[in-house]
Design a protein around this ligand. Structure first.
Ligand code: SF4
Ligand code: SF4
Length: 447
């Protein structure tokens, strides 16, 4: 039941005295959370103009099968902007919009977003990020994005032949040329952008083609997101892709889809790109996985939930105000509530959500606890933990072999770069070291 409060919310919610209603919506009191949190905002729910074959979000439409208006309404949007800004216990507040495809809402919708942010900023600094497939961008969009300093995340899976394997439109036609057009417009207007590449069965086999293409594409900041989905064999949900396995629960036998990346090829993909990057691009090109890894080697707090010991501070908000534990956990069981009925700051701090984040650590199998690269991996995302360890314990990450290979491979390089950082030298110094003939002692991953 998508609109019902999830059955896991067993503790009674605090009772608040609502302020007088604006329109039909009862305004929630402005509460502040005890720590900052991130929300993936989906103002158009799962609606998209494309039909990427691997998309895990398109089918979320079936969870809202009564829905006719896939657009966060003006009053829900204002309530969200107001509450989200007030809920952050920091001076800088970052909004992130995703979909579906948020540009389907049109530029005027986002003009309104920015207006509302100014109205409710209350002295805080606001930043915006927009994740897009880039196919609907035009001059008007790019002028707006540049003027309002939006950071744009552009989804691109590599050069045309690799991108178009899965990223097709509703007529199943390739989309690369439209993304390329969008990129040129972003550059023309000086919009700050980065790239998001879904590492799938096809492009994982061509790491250097993907990396060199993105470098030439002009991406100075690359995100590589592994694609891991299983075909749903259950009957409780009207979905084709399986929900994550709960901690401590036995994984069902749902098979991994044939577009998902395989574990070792994913490790090889990262390792191959790393070897090129570490010799010529350190300090010039920012690859999120490498940067977060370096942070972990240098002892900095992990900046990405998947490589942190615990999580639970990156939630998702649907178009109607429903709040979920995480963008990857948009299932009825993980619905925390709706911020038009319960203050956002209260939902974020529900015991259920705290446990959700803590389970990432508590449910780690012994195999991970004893792993040499645990400090860098932390068992990655719980959504991917559905295989057994060699000792037969459940809850091992499907990508384990690949991560072990990658983190073991980069260890000597990371140690060297972390040492440069300690000496207040640039990590890019490693490129000089390598040019001068330094040969890192790269161990082989044990499994
Ligand atoms: S479930 Fe995965 S993606 Fe979601 S917050 Fe936790 S680590 Fe991050
Ligand atoms: S590499 Fe494998 S064993 Fe090590 S922490 Fe990651 S998932 Fe666990």
């Amino acid at each position: 039941m998508p609109s019902a409060i999830a059955p896991h919310v067993t503790t009674p919610l605090p009772i608040f005295d609502p302020i007088s209603p604006a329109g039909s919506l009862v305004e929630q009191p402005l509460l502040t959370a005890t720590r900052p949190f991130h929300v993936m905002t989906k103002p158009i729910g799962p609606i998209c103009n494309l039909d990427c074959r691997y998309c895990f979000y398109l089918e979320k439409e079936k969870l809202y099968h009564h829905e006719r208006k896939w657009k966060m309404s003006d009053d829900v949007l204002e309530s969200y902007v107001r509450q989200y800004i007030a809920a952050q216990p920091v001076r800088e507040v970052s909004f992130a919009f995703q979909g579906g495809e948020p540009t389907l809402l049109g530029v005027d919708y986002f003009r309104k977003v920015v207006e509302l942010q100014r109205k409710h900023a209350n002295g805080k600094r606001i930043t915006n990020a927009l994740q897009t497939n880039g196919t609907l961008l035009d001059d008007e969009w790019c002028e707006f994005l540049a003027k309002e300093k939006f950071l744009v995340g552009l989804s691109v899976d590599g050069p045309d032949k690799l991108h178009d394997v899965y990223r097709v439109d509703k007529q199943q036609k390739p989309t690369f040329d439209l993304v390329w057009r969008g990129l040129k417009l972003l550059k023309k207007h000086g919009v700050e952008f980065n790239t998001l590449t879904v590492v799938n069965r096809a492009n994982s086999k061509e790491p250097l083609k993907v990396y060199k293409f993105l470098r030439e594409f002009g991406s100075g900041f690359m995100q590589f997101i592994p694609l891991v989905e299983r075909t749903y064999t259950g009957t409780e949900l009207p979905l084709d892709l399986a929900p994550p396995v709960d901690p401590g629960e036995e994984a069902d036998r749902s098979p991994v889809t044939d577009w998902s990346v395989e574990s070792r090829p994913f490790g090889k993909f990262l390792t191959t790109i790393f070897d090129d990057w570490v010799r010529r691009d350190v300090g010039k090109i920012f690859v999120q996985t490498f940067d977060v890894a370096l942070g972990n080697w240098a002892g900095a707090p992990p900046s990405l939930c998947v490589f942190a010991p615990t999580c639970g501070h990156a939630l998702a908000v649907e178009h109607n105000g429903d709040v979920y534990s995480c963008d990857h956990y948009v299932y009825p069981k993980y619905k925390l509530g709706n911020f038009t009925e319960t203050p956002l700051a209260t939902l974020v701090e529900l015991p259920f959500q705290k446990k959700f984040g803590q389970d990432k650590l508590d449910a780690l199998p012994r195999y991970c606890r004893e792993c040499e690269v645990r400090f860098a991996c932390h068992g990655e995302c719980p959504k991917h933990r559905f295989i057994r360890t060699p000792d037969g314990d459940p809850g091992l990450n499907y990508l384990c072999a690949g991560y072990k290979q990658f983190f073991t491979h980069v260890d000597p390089y990371m140690k060297a770069m972390a040492e440069f950082l300690r000496r207040k030298q640039a990590p890019a110094t490693i490129m000089t070291l390598l040019r001068e003939g330094w040969k890192p002692d790269v161990p082989t991953a044990r499994r």
